[in-house]
Design a protein around this ligand. Structure first.
Ligand SMILES: NC(=O)c1ccc[n+]([C@@H]2O[C@H](COP(=O)([O-])OP(=O)(O)OC[C@H]3O[C@@H](n4cnc5c(N)ncnc54)[C@H](OP(=O)(O)O)[C@@H]3O)[C@@H](O)[C@H]2O)c1
Length: 352
């Protein structure tokens, strides 16, 4: 039940991912020893950027193979760690029994470690606002940590696209309950918004979704966002800093959740239009998004946009607990675009 000691030992799941890569880098920058968990240490396409980080050559950063689908996956990695940032995705969010099993695997390894005192579980704002009926957003427009999707809605099923939101809540609750039973570690949840910012490795351009959609904007083919929701964003570096702040915080308590977003919201077409404003030297050709929705949804576009416009995004809790300062979305878009070009070689569609 303890914050991690400064410059202690931290394990990171999903370390080769967009967010996990930044958690790893920022932990190293702050002097921590990091055990980066990936599925395949030898997959250079995904892990070379980790091996190029300062700290790898000296051994302050080590890479470890861990497939969360397997029982005992972190048994050899966690002993000696003070904290765990459980950032990874899992292989499937539809099968909720599988989601529970992955949590059980990690929890058993934490309990066996006899050293981990604080776990930060990466959830999502999908565990805060994902609604089958958008009228719930009208009824409860304040997006804060005490808000949950309407879990009583009978349409809220994995088969209808709610598996991710439901799976994240399984994880939040499983870790908090197990931590309370253990009495020796605590679990805090971070619920990030839509992550935008620089990729560190070319393979991350295909992940996302948001950096991948910005790549699509650069090449001139992207789609409207679901139910015309604007992007509700956080810079991936600030999200990572928030995770580390939660590992370190003296004030957080087991079972608490913290939303990580800047409270900036912008429609998808305006994100695309921002590229030319922020980087005029690219001569980027703005393209309107393709609207893939059926006519019955298209007919309600104005209604849906008006609902989202009244949403009240809050981030006081994470700012108070961690001191994280969120950078403006313009900076995240600019740095994302520049990294896509520089790191992944994306070719920009230009005006003729
Ligand atoms: N990106 C966002 O906007 C956003 C928003 C809210 C919440 N989140 C949450 O933030 C976390 C990271 O997201 P991200 O965008 O950084 O994702 P990402 O780039 O796709 O990275 C996720 C990582 O999860 C790992 N992974 C997947 N299945 C695994 C398994 N069965 N066992 C072990 N590792 C597994 C992968 O590891 P390998 O590369 O080693 O195969 C991958 O690198 C996720 O939990 C996501 O739900 C993201």
């Amino acid at each position: 039940m303890a914050p991690v000691p400064h410059r202690g030992v931290i394990a990171v799941t999903g370390a080769a991912g967009f967010l996990g890569g930044w958690v790893t880098r920022l932990l190293l920058d702050k002097g921590y020893r990091v055990r980066a968990c990936v599925r395949d240490v030898d997959d250079g396409r995904r892990t070379d950027f980790l091996k190029a980080m300062p700290g790898y050559a000296s051994g302050r950063l080590t890479l470890h193979a861990a497939d969360l689908d397997k029982e005992g996956c972190l048994d050899d990695i966690l002993p000696g760690c003070h904290g765990l940032a459980h950032v990874a995705h899992i292989s499937d969010y539809v099968d909720q029994a599988y989601v529970q099993r992955t949590c059980d695997h990690i929890i058993a390894s934490i309990n066996a470690s006899r050293s981990v005192g604080r776990v930060v579980v990466t959830s999502s704002v999908a565990a805060v606002i994902s609604e089958m009926d958008l009228q719930e957003v009208v009824r409860r427009p304040v997006f804060w940590e005490g808000r949950y999707p309407d879990e009583s809605n009978p349409k809220r099923t994995p088969q209808r696209g709610q598996g991710y939101s439901m799976g994240k809540l399984i994880a939040e609750r499983s870790f908090a309950e197990a931590a309370a039973v253990s009495g020796v570690w605590d679990s805090v949840t971070c619920c990030p918004g839509d992550n935008v910012g620089p990729i560190q490795s070319a393979h991350q351009k295909d992940m996302g979704p948001w950096q991948h959609i910005i790549e699509d904007m650069l090449v001139g083919e992207y789609e409207q966002n679901g139910v015309y929701r604007p992007w509700m964003t956080v810079d991936v570096r600030d999200d990572a800093a928030g995770h580390i702040g939660l590992l370190e915080s003296l004030t957080v308590r087991n079972g608490e959740r913290y939303i990580a977003w800047s409270t900036d919201a912008r429609n998808v077409e305006d994100i695309c239009a921002s590229i030319d404003r922020l980087l005029p030297e690219l001569n980027h050709q703005y393209t309107a998004p393709v609207d893939p929705f059926p006519d019955r949804i298209k007919a309600r576009e104005g209604e849906f946009r008006a609902i989202w416009a009244k949403a009240d995004l809050r981030n006081e809790r994470i700012r108070a607990a961690t001191g994280v300062a969120f950078r403006p979305l313009d900076e995240s878009i600019r740095d994302c675009v520049e990294s896509l070009i520089a790191v992944a070689g994306t070719k920009v569609k230009t005006r003729s």
